[in-house]
Ligand binder design. Structure first.
Ligand SMILES: [Zn+2]
Length: 391
């Protein structure tokens, strides 16, 4: 990235923080948390800082315009000390769900920075000029929606399976392709490493045997915990059987004919009707599929590490120049439509390539090798991805 792109990004960051520094919010007690920033043109990470309150953090951010900002999940006696001398007072827990862990890579392209070639398939070298290719992952609306759904499932599981109250949970769009679920609950405050590992295994369904959920002799699924998730995913399969390739034409036909009866029996946890209608082989496949749909693919390293620092709410994410912000649990919303307002004036960019993306109620079209006037906040996204230059 050259000087004029850096200057452009800084101007967008500055505008964002002048308008929205009130959104920057580290959870209390602010003064007892480690704070970290990525700053300067060399993008250096500075950790082990501490600030008295959110006002002091906002002031620092306005003066330094960091590329990224983080706070510790744990609360320390001495937040500025090296990690082994910080002394944890209590823990809070973060979960990170990223689109790629759902098998949703976004739109991946390989771009040649020398001749501008754009390829969908990964090659080592540019076929036109032999230059090294650069991989770029763009955000897609479908990935955002899918990941948001999983993040909501995680919240419901925390409430129903772990007895955490909704007030103790916050859910954030990460600013790029994921969501963070942040929990400050009394029951988690003194949690051990082993207990963290158990929570992770429960969510990822590691080493889970179907026999723990399904009593095959009674043809019944236990309607608690993971079983509840499995039942609701079995119903999803029955609701749109054509979406699942392992269901042959005859099975689909049988399901369509008795869909409502099937759904109400599965709701009760009963597998009798589905077995007599589709046979054992198909039943097992449906359970298997429902199990894999029931996994909540959190990033284990984020939840496991008690010294983890996590992106600060209200700050911009340098991967996209979009902010991390809180989203609601109940509404049916498309998170990128809720992006706070900034960078609305247009700027002319020379664009190598950009796939289409829905942001703030507008669909930005696919662009290829062109000069175009676009709003500055979206321009900052393309510049961050290294696919556009200021004219
Ligand atoms: Zn090339």
């Amino acid at each position: 990235m050259n000087e004029s792109e850096l200057r452009f990004l800084k101007s967008v960051y500055s505008e964002y923080y002048l308008k929205h520094s009130n959104l920057v919010e580290v959870p209390p007690p602010v003064g007892k948390r480690e704070i970290g920033f990525v700053i300067g043109n060399e993008k250096v990470m500075r950790r082990h800082m501490s600030f008295q309150d959110n006002e002091a953090i906002r002031k620092y951010i306005l003066n330094n315009l960091p590329w990224d900002a983080f706070h510790s999940c744990s609360v320390y006696e001495f937040p500025e000390n090296p990690i082994d001398k910080k002394n944890i007072i209590w823990n809070e827990i973060a979960f990170d769900i990223d689109a790629k862990d759902l098998g949703c890579e976004g739109e991946v392209y390989w771009i040649c920075d020398r001749c501008g070639e754009v390829l969908k398939k990964g090659l080592q070298k540019c076929p036109r000029c032999e230059n090294e290719l650069r991989e770029v992952n763009f955000i897609t609306s479908t990935c955002i929606e899918k990941t948001y759904e999983k993040a909501k499932e995680l919240v419901f599981s925390l409430i129903e399976d772990f007895g955490i109250s909704e007030k103790e949970i916050k859910i954030f769009y990460s600013g790029h392709m994921g969501f963070h679920v942040y929990v400050d609950a009394q029951v988690f405050r003194e949690i051990s490493q082993d207990e963290r590992r158990e929570i992770i295994d429960f969510l990822l369904l590691n080493e889970l045997q179907p026999s723990l959920l399904v009593t095959f002799s009674q043809l019944q699924v236990k309607n608690i915990g993971v079983g509840r998730r499995v039942i609701s995913n079995m119903i999803k399969i029955i609701e749109s059987p054509t979406d699942y390739v392992f269901l042959d034409e005859i099975s689909v036909k049988k399901i369509e004919q008795r869909k409502n009866e099937l759904i109400s029996s599965i709701k009760e946890g009963s597998l009798k009707l589905i077995l007599s209608l589709l046979g054992q082989r198909i039943l097992k496949r449906i359970i298997q599929e429902a199990l894999s749909m029931s996994k909540i693919p959190i990033d284990p390293s984020v939840t496991l590490d008690e010294h983890r620092i996590i992106r600060m709410p209200g700050t911009l994410n340098s991967k996209s120049s979009f902010p991390k912000f809180e989203v609601s649990l109940n509404e049916r919303i498309y998170p990128l439509d809720l992006l706070p307002s900034y960078g609305e004036k247009s700027i002319k960019l020379k664009i190598k390539f950009a796939p289409s993306l829905k942001v703030k109620g507008e669909t930005f079209k696919k662009l290829y090798n062109t000069e175009e006037e676009i709003p500055r906040f979206y321009a900052a996204y393309l510049v961050s991805k290294g696919v556009a230059q200021v004219v």
